[in-house]
Design a protein around this ligand. Structure first.
Ligand SMILES: C[S@@+](CC[C@H](N)C(=O)[O-])C[C@H]1O[C@@H](n2cnc3c(N)ncnc32)[C@H](O)[C@@H]1O
Length: 276
């Protein structure tokens, strides 16, 4: 098993995963507060992607490094930073140390960062324990590791559609153990591993925001293979599952399929302090 690169998601990642206006800035402030960061705090983000999390922190001037196995994802961040520099000629151009590389083999010296951050990444890395070992190696003795996630507070058609798809895959004989990526990290496993390594952990839910989605959008998140879980399935099985899912979801929601559902989402952080 190898890590899952987001090369193929580059063109639609921000459109499908981006935060509503103002939320990225609130998430950035929450990260600063959770880390107790000062202007001199050195950040490293694993799986930095298009900079959805990093961008507000980089433009605020924090010393920021990011690593990703996908160069095309980071090219999006470089373009955003270049556009910011053009739009703000009165400010120093934003700087970031962006490198193509694998989080399980970090190209940085021991104890070179005050904060290591990962958001929606560890579940994509089979050898996630090696990534955590590396994160702890490059953290200072007083450093903070933050693992973030966007979660649904209120459930709706998104979860219903996903569960329906899982059931269809099982009926088609597909081993959904592979789909849920057995061996890849869960939140609890990450927490337990960090505690076993001697870190004190806690969970913070600092930011919530309203959102909306129609059942059709939830359906298309799967049928258009926008979700990384859909990428690991052989094409023939995926195509059959998508056809059946479309039929079941269309029948279930009927004329409500394009009606937006109001929902709430939250940004959750698992914080692990090395020196506590
Ligand atoms: C779901 S995206 C999250 C990007 C960003 N953290 C965010 O929250 O928007 C996951 C990113 O992790 C990268 N990735 C996956 N495995 C990796 C690894 N072993 N080392 C570094 N990056 C990795 C993918 O290429 C992708 O850009």
């Amino acid at each position: 098993m190898s890590s899952i690169s987001f090369d193929r998601a580059t063109g639609y990642y921000d459109a499908t995963r981006g935060y509503p206006p103002g939320v990225a800035e609130r998430v950035g402030e929450a990260i600063v507060a959770a880390a107790g960061a000062t202007a001199a705090t050195r950040f490293l983000e694993l799986g930095i992607g298009t900079g959805r999390i990093a961008f507000p922190l980089i433009v605020r001037g924090y010393p920021y490094a990011g690593i990703d196995i996908s160069e095309p994802m980071m090219a999006q961040l470089r373009a955003k930073l270049a556009a910011y520099a053009v739009a703000h000629p009165d400010q120093p151009p934003p700087q970031a140390d962006l490198r193509v590389g694998d989080s399980t083999q970090l190209p940085y010296p021991d104890a070179s960062f005050d904060v290591v951050l990962s958001v929606h990444v560890l579940h994509l890395i089979p050898n996630w324990r090696a990534a955590l070992d590396e994160a702890l190696r490059v953290l200072t003795p007083e450093g903070v590791y933050l693992n973030g996630n966007d979660d649904a507070v209120t459930l709706g058609s998104h979860q219903t559609v996903q569960r329906t798809w899982f059931a269809i895959l099982k009926r088609l004989g597909y081993d959904t153990g592979a789909l849920s990526m057995a061996g890849y990290a869960t939140w609890n496993e990450i927490d337990q591993y960090l505690q076993a390594r001697g870190l004190a952990t806690d969970v913070i839910r600092p930011v919530t925001w309203p959102t909306s989605e129609t059942p059709r959008q939830a359906l298309e998140f799967i049928t258009q293979r926008l979700w990384s879980r859909t990428w690991v399935i052989p094409d023939d099985i995926f195509t059959a599952s998508a056809q059946q899912l479309t039929a079941e979801v269309t029948a279930r929601y009927g004329d409500q399929i394009d009606t937006p559902e109001a929902r709430e989402r939250q940004f959750v952080l698992l914080r692990a302090r090395k020196g506590a």
